[in-house]
Design a protein around this ligand. Sequence first.
Ligand code: ARG
Length: 489
Amino acid sequence: MSDGKPGKLWGGRFGADLDPALHRFTASFPFDRRLVRHDLVGSLAHARMLAETGILTGDDARAVLEGLAGILRDVEEGRLAVEGPEEDVHTWIERVLRERVGEAAGRLHTARSRNDQVATALRLYVRERLRELVGRVAELQEVWVHQASGHLETWMPGYTHLQRAQPVSLAHHLLAHVWALNADARRLQAAHHHAGVSVLGAGALAGSPLPIRPERSAYWLGFSALFPNSLYAVADRDFVLEAAFAAAVLLVHLSRWAEEVVLWSSAEFGFVELDDTVAKGSSLMPQKKNPEAAELIRAKAGRGIAALAGLLSALKGLPFSYNSDLQEDKEMLFDALDTAAGCLEAARVLAAGMRYRPDRMARALEGGFLTATDLADYLVRRGVPFRQAHEQAGRAVREAEARGCELWELSLDVLRSCCPQVEGDVYDALRPEGAGRARRSHGGPAPERVAEQLEAALRELETTRAWLAAAADPPVYAAYRQGQLLQGL
Ligand code: ARG
């Protein structure tokens, strides 16, 4: 800019402009413009620190802080388009600031490099998005918890190897997914916490000879920790990896649920009917009702996995500290977070549009001898060693199969011919509802256990909501909102 050409942060040692092809190739503005608010907030924290230390004084401090606040306001209110020939969002902000406040703008970059600047903006961005994802996870969990509360006695087959295994309740099955997402919420929160390390003051890589106070920048950002080493501060992207990992695992969880939606909505299972608002038709086959949203949720996990693998690959072998390779983190990270947010929203709508079919679930409990284990366990309670009980119950299954009936349709005499210890009360154990109700062990499908689980899940949701309510804006952003950026200076 010193040479009068807008949109460049250097010039002194250059005699010619960058080749346009390489300008386009190396520019990050097309994608890092979405960091504009976060970079402005980071700049406000930096400027405020500079003002507190006296590095930035009087009119200059006021011009810079008010100038940045004005840009932020205009961006937030949609009055200022974030576009231009600049190579990145940082350069754009400095150019706009200069247009608005003149020479004072040139003092903002004191004791700062784009290396600590971009890491700061990205950390703020990641925290904002992780908070959003935690909220969306809770919304989806709420749908399932609500549905589960109405199905504690809706019995269906539980599966292993995708073969009917033992009776469970629909509530139990839905809650299994609630717990998977609970782990995601906690992982996202942990990633949020780990992103809260302030790196402002690390400079390009080696700090500054000026009397800066990085702990003040950290305070204004609302970050709980301060970088321990300036090289590490600008080289570290673990917070990006952790956010991408949390998003990838979440997407994998959603894909497993989505696959069940695809299966359950097929005629072969028929466990759910999709509401018309959540299914799509075929252009050719008039009868079709396709679970397309579920299929796409299933597929999109691949993008989250790809983003994580791509990020790890970009970091692998990078020498410390900053390298331009780190610019490549953004699009992959953004895609992982956007994909997770989109899938969560789609899953919430889709989940709410599932009409469960208890009649079809009940029918699937027939013909598979799902209570054979319960017969064996009944015998164990009568003193038969499990291996023998297993053998005897197997014989009963063979009898029922030969007669084309259910275990509970065998007469007591026939049952006794296989399992000599059985009494008339065995039928409770043989009927799927009876078997399910009897599975009262910890975390099991018995309605009273599932009721406890529901309570526990609701408590977890409370914890999540409390976290969401407590996750505050950075103090410098609050000061901006309240017009108090200059207070105490
Ligand atoms: N666009 C860059 C990035 O995303 C900003 C930092 C550039 N720093 C530099 N020394 N070229 O990482």
